[in-house]
Ligand binder design. Structure first.
Ligand code: ADP
Length: 163
């Protein structure tokens, strides 16, 4: 099977410019890229599913071969159902490797026909995580080039509501 449709799964709480960098690279490699929000993470996200999907939609509006979706349950079940054989993951630094390898091997055991493709972000995004973005925003810090502008506005709104 030719790997023309890929999925990029994540919690995207919220989407950062690091995610957008990976989306840009993956969209150039595959005919179709689906950015999929994972719904069954243990912890309660800062942004609702709809808010996360909305921020992603705005962030990928420039690419015609990228769309946004969400799923719950096992990623491999979602992939099988949607005829996807490639999962994209971003690797920031060696520290990501251990966890990503575990995940990739587990997924491959469950769905032997799939491949995980790791992409490296631009160097500006190597230390960027959604967790630090949420922390900085909660303390009123400037996010500058770390997130799209509409995301920094959404973060400001979210934390002013919480006060
Ligand atoms: P995080 O790991 O920041 O909580 P996600 O769960 O949404 O974010 O991550 C989805 C995927 O995107 C993972 O493969 C993660 O390693 C990758 N990723 C997250 N931030 C970056 C970044 N700044 N550069 C490259 N990849 C990233």
């Amino acid at each position: 099977m030719k790997h023309r449709r890929a999925v990029y799964p994540g919690s995207f709480d919220p989407v950062t410019n690091g995610h957008v960098d990976i989306i840009r690279r993956a969209s150039a490699l595959f005919d179709e890229l689906v950015v999929a929000v994972l719904l069954n993470r243990g912890k309660t996200p800062l942004f609702s599913t709809e808010e996360r999907l909305d921020m992603l939609r705005k962030s990928v509006a420039g690419w015609r071969n990228v769309r946004v979706d969400s799923f719950s349950g096992l990623m491999v079940d979602y992939m099988r159902k949607n005829d996807m054989a490639v999962a994209i993951r971003g690797l920031r630094a060696v520290s990501d490797l251990e966890y990503e390898f575990q995940l990739a091997h587990t997924n491959r055991t469950l769905y032997p026909e799939m491949e995980t493709v790791f992409l490296m972000p631009g160097e500006n995004y190597v230390y960027l995580t959604s967790t630090t973005v949420r922390e900085v925003a909660s303390l009123g810090g400037e996010l500058g080039t770390q997130v799209p502008r509409h995301v920094s506005l959404a973060l400001r709104k979210k934390f002013s509501e919480k006060k």
